[in-house]
Design a protein around this ligand. Structure first.
Ligand SMILES: CC(C)(COP(=O)(O)OP(=O)(O)OC[C@H]1O[C@@H](n2cnc3c(N)ncnc32)[C@H](O)[C@@H]1OP(=O)(O)O)[C@@H](O)C(=O)NCCC(=O)NCCS
Length: 368
């Protein structure tokens, strides 16, 4: 038997080349643009274009992308009926996974040319937001709200959920989180996408698998868990006592830590700033005090562990009055663009992923 040395979690392994995103201690780039620059100057639709088409759009190209999304929004009735039939207590991420998989049977673009794939990616942007909003409406005893033409993607998601146009702050901050969540190199769900793409399977299967990977609390599910944690405490003192005990017990605190970033997550800094302003506007500084009471002892440790983007995102979504079970699905509505960009990149220069394993079972033996 070969004597291999396993790398659990593939830590430190470079699994492929990519032009899409660069994640390192010093910077996070989407196709060469720094995340802080994008967060300040562009909206999510432009980031989606950058990831899927390789360049930021001209005003006409952005308009065309929005028109395409407008055309693609609106689920076929059989999918709405299937979503209605799912038990009410099913997690929203499970409904989203099923909804995307089912919607695949109604994919309007049939081929696999680069143009078809890009079109399918834009269609998946529409489908993911449609499924989330439809489920949200049905759970609230309303029929799904038909989309309204001409809205930004963030505003459209909120409109289809609530049936009214969002205020400027809600649309802007949701848009910002979509920009920050859109892409992050070879993370677990993107790697899932690339593994599925590498078998020359299809984009719908890859995105369905990626949703399953993102659901886990060690990945995208952390934004919900981080907010659940914050809402456990009545004040900063209680939170502070809990976190000291949790650290002593070596408990993982959700929304902290990262496989790559060891000096902090660029996205968390950007969002935390905005979250603090929002909390002040809403008179919810008490929640920020709890947020800081948990964060400070973790960051001030001898070996600091920093918040990742999910920590401020959980509280931002809460301050925007979004229900907890939408947090990770909203992450999907953004990251689907990164997944599809990676699907296309993998397909262009493909080699099937097939790593080895180090066998630790019984040596050769005979049946009795
Ligand atoms: C993201 C994550 C899965 C990365 O895992 P990883 O690269 O395998 O890192 P490890 O779990 O080996 O952690 C390294 C050390 O930091 C500690 N650590 C990492 N994340 C921690 C957290 N969230 N809370 C407390 N301690 C943490 C570990 O206990 C470990 O300490 P040790 O060396 O004394 O044993 C991990 O940090 C985590 O579970 N975070 C919470 C979930 C989360 O927020 N996920 C979203 C990621 S964007």
């Amino acid at each position: 038997m070969a004597d291999y040395i396993a790398k659990p979690g593939l830590e430190g392994i470079v699994a492929g080349d990519t032009d899409i995103c660069c994640v390192d201690q010093g910077q996070l780039l989407y196709r060469g643009y720094a995340i802080a620059d994008l967060a300040e100057k562009v909206v999510f639709g432009e980031v989606a274009h950058l990831l899927l088409y390789g360049e930021l759009p001209t005003p006409d190209q952005l308009k065309e992308l929005r028109n395409m999304l407008d055309r693609f929004h609106g689920l076929p009735q059989p999918i709405i009926e299937a979503i209605r039939a799912i038990p009410h207590d099913a997690p929203m991420m499970d409904v989203l996974r099923t909804g995307v998989s089912m919607a695949g049977h109604f994919d309007p673009s049939k081929g696999d040319s680069p143009d078809d794939l890009r079109k399918r990616a834009v269609w998946l942007m529409a489908v993911t937001s449609d499924v989330v909003a439809a489920r949200y409406c049905l759970l609230h005893d309303r029929e799904p709200t038909p989309p309204k033409r001409g809205l930004s993607h963030a505003a459209q998601i909120l409109y289809m959920c609530h049936g009214t146009e969002p205020d400027e702050t809600s649309a802007r901050l949701l848009d910002l989180t979509l920009v920050l969540y859109a892409e992050h190199e070879f993370n677990a769900s993107t790697f899932t996408t690339r593994v599925i793409a590498s078998t020359t399977s299809d984009m719908i299967s890859a995105v369905t698998g990626a949703i399953g990977a993102l659901k886990g609390p060690l990945h995208g599910g952390a934004n919900e868990r981080a907010m659940e944690l914050l809402s456990r405490f009545k004040d900063a003192e209680e939170a502070s006592a809990w976190v000291k005990e949790a650290l002593a017990q070596k408990e993982k605190v959700m929304g902290f830590g990262h496989r790559v970033y060891k000096n902090g997550d660029h996205r968390a800094h950007i969002l935390e700033r905005e979250m603090r302003v929002l909390a002040k506007q809403k008179g919810k500084e008490n929640l920020v005090a709890i947020y800081d009471a948990i964060k400070d002892p973790i960051v001030d440790k001898e070996r600091p562990i920093y918040p990742n983007v999910d920590y401020p995102c959980g509280l931002t979504y809460f301050l925007l009055d979004l229900p907890l079970d939408l947090y990770t699905p909203l992450f999907v509505c953004s990251r689907v663009t990164g997944w599809c960009a990676h699907f296309m990149e993998q397909a262009q220069a493909n080699r099937i992923y097939r790593p080895l394993s180090n066998y630790t079972g019984e040596p050769l033996r005979k049946t009795p």
